[in-house]
Design a protein around this ligand. Structure first.
Ligand SMILES: [Zn+2]
Length: 165
């Protein structure tokens, strides 16, 4: 079975016992979580979420500049008032610089992507602080929105608070 066939079969079983089709659109717990696309992070399990609870915005690194569009929609149209930024240990974004991925793209695709910032970062905790600060000072994020920074340790499964400066 291909992975697509496996996913379709799993979904069929899931849909057969689905009972939550009447949940409201706005997240019940009024929280948006920004985290990495890393395959080892399963937000519902790791953060105790069930259907209808929260917005989970994922991208490479869990970077807040890239998540801004979704966060503004989450707050202005769907009522969330708390943001959790959860980046993680052993993140792939710690392993390369822009020049490296620019070179890979040029080699594999023959394209010049040197104008694109892929948002890698060299140090985890400082990057969490920077990304929290980005939101706390952004004009499109209201001052009454609380922004919390965390590191998720993929070795232990623990969420560790990072105090913003
Ligand atoms: Zn990552």
């Amino acid at each position: 079975m291909s992975v697509v066939e496996e996913i379709r079969a799993a979904n069929q079983a899931y849909a057969n016992s689905w009972t939550k089709g009447q949940l409201p659109l706005p997240p019940a717990r009024k929280v948006a979580i920004v985290t990495c696309m890393d395959a080892r992070i399963l937000p519902a399990s790791a953060f105790g979420l069930k259907e209808g609870d929260a917005h989970v915005i994922r991208n490479a690194g869990g970077r807040t500049p890239e998540a801004l569009r979704s966060l503004v929609i989450s707050q202005q149209l769907l009522g969330t008032d708390t943001i959790i930024v959860a980046q993680h240990t052993d993140c792939g974004m710690l392993t390369f610089e822009n020049k490296d991925i620019h070179a890979v793209i040029h080699k594999n695709l023959g394209e010049d992507a040197s104008h694109i910032d892929f948002l890698p970062f060299p140090q985890l905790e400082q990057n969490v602080r920077n990304d929290v600060q980005f939101l706390r000072t952004h004009p499109l994020i209201p001052r009454n929105v609380n922004v919390y920074g965390f590191v998720f340790d993929v070795a232990t499964g623990r969420l560790i608070s990072v105090d913003a400066e």
